[in-house]
Design a protein around this ligand. Structure first.
Ligand code: URA
Length: 454
């Protein structure tokens, strides 16, 4: 077998690695014989040279087997999770997991921390006083069984290789790589003990996939590798040009997600939650089609059952469940700096990538793997694309600890807004659905075709 350094050099030079070599490489990283800087060099080589389908499958499996697979065999029902490829203001998981669980589909969910300019569900949930995301897999399985859902971060047991590689990618410019994203997402998700998975592949300036072609490619690979692993997988492409919902940050995003469970919430956030939730109910065999699933989901919001599951989950994870009824118990920085419209007109776009970077600069995200975040800082995007505004009207707010910091960053937030004289209709948020059948039919299906029994 080639040495670890030879494997890095081989990838640097664009050569394929074998399955055994990839397993050996990831194994050495977990064992500590491959250093962080060697792994970072490898990640950068993959970023530029890519991985072929067989290598992507091997990397996913090596990362999956760096830990164990959660045993949910005692939890009745078809277990379904959802994963987003990451966006700005994307707090869907926080309202979706209890909503779908309230409809009878168990949702085991392992999520990540903020990555690059995008937020992470672990960081968001930790804004809830006392809430613990560092549970063992035994506690995780017990809570999924008792409550119907549990949301934790990656730990020593669940794809530990992803936790370590994710942290390195976050601070070394190696996030936006299709094979690395596929292996990262699926290694965590396949370790959860799920039967089905709904993927929200974000497309646009605020997403890692900036255009529809790359998003389709990512979605197809995710569906192909997930299906090959024996799971039912469906992907949606959803727009991420403007932040999702109003809130960006950690504490304020949790407050907004709790609003959805009380039947409130911005229209785009509710639409995204219901679209993905309907798919989960169909995969979980609680509805025969999307229309029936939507009706079930709306009922669970209206009768309070989704909010009750959220309370139970927070309590089971040691958090203060009273936040569901009183979101103001979650601390949000109280120094508020407004951003106002410079002219009359219509908002034509809000640059989600820039808003995400401002959130990181405020302290809502990390610039170093060991960085500490402030859960209370964030933004509200009060006027979204399509809205008409008058000069001087507030379009955004920054929630900061020090006014001077907010005033400096307010300029950048103002620059993220574009104005026009006519209203431009917003295209649908969720615009394409990709299933295993689509992938089989497409010419991108090498991974599945290669392993398919004819
Ligand atoms: N989400 C993940 O879990 N991993 C990635 O690499 C990107 C988004």
């Amino acid at each position: 077998m080639r040495t670890l350094v030879e494997l890095i050099a081989a990838k640097r030079d664009g050569h394929a690695l074998t399955e055994a070599e990839i397993h050996h490489f990831v194994g050495a990283f977990i064992a500590g014989t491959l250093t962080d800087y060697q792994m970072t060099a490898f990640l950068m080589a993959v970023f530029f040279r890519g991985l072929d389908d067989a290598e992507t499958v091997a990397l996913t499996e090596a990362m999956l087997h760096s830990g164990s697979v959660v045993d949910l065999s005692r939890v009745a029902g078809t277990k379904v999770d959802k994963h987003s490829t990451g966006g700005v203001g994307d707090k869907v998981s926080i309202c979706l997991a209890p909503l779908v669980a309230a409809c009878g589909v168990p949702v085991p969910m392992v999520v990540g921390r903020g990555l690059g300019h995008t937020g992470g569900t672990v960081d968001k949930l930790e804004a809830i006083p006392g809430f613990r995301t560092d549970l063992t897999t035994v506690e995780f399985a017990r809570i999924v069984g008792e409550v119907g859902t549990c949301i934790i971060g990656p730990n020593q047991e669940i794809a530990p290789a992803d936790r370590l590689m994710y942290a390195l990618r976050d601070v070394t410019g190696t996030v936006e790589s299709i094979p690395l994203i596929v292996a990262s997402i699926l290694s965590k998700k396949l370790a959860e003990g799920i039967d089905g998975l709904v993927l929200d592949v974000k497309v646009g300036g605020g997403a890692f996939m900036k255009n529809e072609t790359s998003a389709r490619e990512l979605a197809s690979k995710l569906v192909a590798v997930g299906t090959r692993a024996g799971k039912q997988v469906v992907a949606w492409l959803t727009r991420m040009d403007a932040p999702l919902g109003v809130a960006v940050g950690n504490a304020n995003e949790v407050r907004e997600a709790l609003g959805v469970l009380r039947g409130e919430g911005p229209a785009d956030l509710v639409e995204c939650t219901l679209t993905l939730g309907a798919e989960m109910l169909v995969l979980g065999r609680k509805a025969s089609d999307a229309a029936q699933a939507m009706a079930i989901l709306r009922k669970a919001l209206a009768d309070g059952s989704a909010a009750r599951v959220m309370e139970k989950m927070i309590e089971a994870q040691s958090g203060n469940a009273r936040v569901v009824e009183r979101p103001s118990l979650i601390d949000v920085a109280d120094c508020v700096v407004d951003v106002n419209a410079p002219r009359d007109g219509f908002i034509t776009s809000v640059d989600a990538h820039e808003i995400g970077l401002v959130a990181v600069a405020m302290g809502a995200g990390r610039t170093r793997a060991d960085g500490v975040i402030d859960p209370g800082v964030g933004l509200a995007i009060d006027a979204k694309p399509g809205r008409s505004v008058n000069q001087g009207q507030r379009v955004a707010r920054l929630f900061v600890r020090e006014r001077a910091v907010g005033e400096a960053l307010a300029q950048r937030v103002a620059g993220a807004f574009r104005y026009g004289d006519v209203a431009t209709p917003s295209p649908p948020l969720a615009f394409a659905r990709i299933t295993a059948e689509h992938v089989y039919r497409s010419c991108n299906a090498d991974v599945m075709m290669g392993h398919r029994t004819q």
